[in-house]
Every structure is written in structure tokens, then in C-alpha cells.
Design a protein around this ligand. Structure first.
Ligand code: FES
Length: 121
């Protein structure tokens, strides 16, 4: 169940995004809300949600990084495997959401549970 004060992101995908070509010291803004159309990066879609992107400095040059797109990782911005449970977690949160009567097509994201009108459970 959604706890008071916590903001819940939604899932852009239920799998990580492989990103190649990142260099040590690059600065990127990882989408934390799940609404960006430019995953895994921020495109400004979080505006109005109170969720902000994560500024990430690439720690080292390597062939590829697997960045979280389900937004359930505990190791932001990297995938930690939690996407395997993300669909179930978001579905349960939406069912228990105290604001579920306000879920509708005009709601971009319910930050009390992570529901959005395009989300598949
Ligand atoms: S995509 Fe989010 S933990 Fe893997």
C-alpha cells in the first residue's frame, strides 16, 4: 500500500534498456518518474508530478550499461532485476491505492501508486 509522502513512479517498460557509448564522466539525467518518451533519459515529462530526474555521472567507460526502465530498482539508475516483480507490484499498488477513484485517462501518473492510463498489469 502507498505510504504517506512517498512518490511512486510508473514503469516505462518491464525490462532494462541497454545503453552503449557512455563515457566516464558523462552527465546524464535518468528518468525517475517513468513517463519520459526518451527512456531511460528524462524528457521533462515529470513536470507536475513532483518526481525529479536523477543526475548521474557515468562512473567508467564500458561497452554497455543496463539502465532500469521499470523504475523499481534499488540501485538507481542501474537494473537490479526488480523488473521481474514490477508488474505485480504496480498492479497491487493500483488496486490498494486510496486515490484509485481518481484514476482516469486525464491522469498522467498517480504518484500515490504508480498507475498511469497506458500501464499494462
Ligand atoms: S528494469 Fe528496473 S530493475 Fe530491471
Amino acid at each position: 500500500m502507498a505510504s504517506e509522502g512517498k512518490l511512486y513512479p510508473t514503469a516505462a517498460k518491464y525490462e532494462p534498456i541497454k545503453v552503449e557509448g557512455l563515457k566516464e564522466g558523462d552527465t546524464k539525467y535518468w528518468c525517475r518518474c517513468g513517463l519520459s518518451k526518451n527512456q531511460p533519459w528524462c524528457d521533462g515529462s515529470h513536470k507536475g508530478t513532483a518526481i525529479t530526474p536523477m543526475k548521474w555521472t557515468v562512473p567508467k567507460t564500458q561497452d554497455a550499461y543496463y539502465l532500469c526502465a521499470c523504475k523499481q530498482t534499488k540501485n538507481e539508475p542501474l537494473c537490479d532485476g526488480n523488473h521481474k516483480n514490477a508488474k505485480e507490484i504496480l498492479g497491487e499498488q493500483a488496486v490498494k491505492c486510496e486515490d484509485k477513484n481518481n484514476h482516469n485517462k486525464n491522469c498522467a501518473l498517480c504518484t500515490r501508486c504508480g498507475w498511469n492510463p497506458n500501464l499494462e498489469f
